[in-house]
Design a protein around this ligand. Structure first.
Ligand SMILES: [Fe+2]
Ligand SMILES: [Fe+2]
Length: 323
């Protein structure tokens, strides 16, 4: 039976055979207790991610060893269930030419909609009135060179906001949370403007750290240098091109970018040294953590268990009832 999207596969299909086109995003070759090689696959489309087993690894070895980072595939599989989750057992798998399918149909996209995201971007941009801060945003976001990537990239490879436009959605969430704290605590107008700029730029370098979707993984630059250093480095370069860039703004914004992970052991080379940087760090955590919990619970919807499995980045399982 042909299914259009992965989310259509449900318990009524168990023991039946389905055919679906999806993106193959992970292949892990493993060895069974009987010393036979098999592959754990992850298939994904805009609707969901699903695990699949390929027991006939030997027969598909040639194909599975030569796939790119994300390959569009046609899969024929038997539907089963493992620990309450739908799991597929692959019978046939083959490559689909990319011009036969729209890649955007296979990659999850922010559910805010592009219009809302772009309006949000414009809204906060207009709140920044100080000329050199506005000039910094103009050069780093509103240029042909970066705008497209900044507004379409994901914010993470896994865990949170790992979808088309994810970076922009995450950035807008961070700014919104940060400004709520800043106005509640009556921070000055200049501090609020800095916070907006820091929110926009804190993960900006992810457009260099990650390969463009549907590729999955880090660029060489990303692996070697990371988005924290890259972001601070590029921002400092652009600040130096702007005439009379205020020195306090420069130090505070750069400290915000460098310290946004909050702790040295989380990859920040310095700690947040201003109230703005502390707010940015907390807003960043809130956006990332809450999104990861919500999307994890969404993924676990089908299982009838009361609790989700443990979500590794939060260190706990979550109660599913009462939603
Ligand atoms: Fe970050
Ligand atoms: Fe972030």
């Amino acid at each position: 039976m042909e299914v259009r999207q992965l989310k259509e596969i449900n318990k009524s299909h168990i023991s039946g055979t389905i055919e679906v086109v999806a993106l193959l995003v992970e292949v892990k070759v493993k060895t069974s207790k009987t010393d036979k090689q098999y592959a754990d696959l992850i298939l994904q489309d805009t609707s969901k991610k699903i695990e699949a087993k390929c027991w006939d690894y030997e027969e598909n070895k040639q194909f599975l060893n030569n796939i790119g980072e994300a390959e569009i595939v046609k899969v024929k599989a038997i539907v089963g269930e493992y620990q309450g989750q739908i799991q597929l057992t692959v019978k046939q798998i083959s490559r689909v030419e990319s011009d036969a399918v729209k890649i955007a149909d296979l990659i999850p996209t922010s559910d805010w909609g592009l219009d809302t995201l772009k309006k949000g971007l414009q809204y906060y941009y207009e709140k920044v009135e100080t000329p050199h801060l506005k000039a910094l945003l103009d050069k780093m976001i509103f240029t042909n060179e970066y705008y497209e990537r900044f507004s379409t990239y994901p914010a993470a490879r896994q865990v949170h906001h790992n979808f088309y436009h994810g970076l922009l959605q995450h950035v807008l969430e961070v700014i919104k949370f940060a400004i709520t704290i800043a106005t509640t605590k009556k921070l000055s107008r200049r501090q609020q403007e800095r916070l907006i700029v820091m929110g926009f730029l804190h993960d900006w370098a992810k457009i260099f750290e990650y390969k463009p979707l549907p590729n999955i993984g880090f660029t060489e630059e990303g692996t070697m240098l990371g988005h924290i250093f890259l972001g601070a480095h590029m921002t400092m370069k652009v600040m130096d091109e702007i005439e009379n860039f205020d020195q306090d703004d420069k130090l505070i914004i750069l400290n915000g970018i460098l310290s946004h992970h909050g702790k040295l052991e989380y990859g920040s080379p310095v700690l947040p040294k201003t109230v703005e940087a502390q707010i940015l760090h907390h807003a960043d955590c809130t956006s990332g953590d809450i999104e990861s919990i919500l999307s994890f619970m969404e993924e676990q919807q089908e299982s009838e268990d009361t609790f989700t499995p443990k979500l590794w980045n939060m260190g706990t399982d979550f109660y599913k009832k009462g939603r």
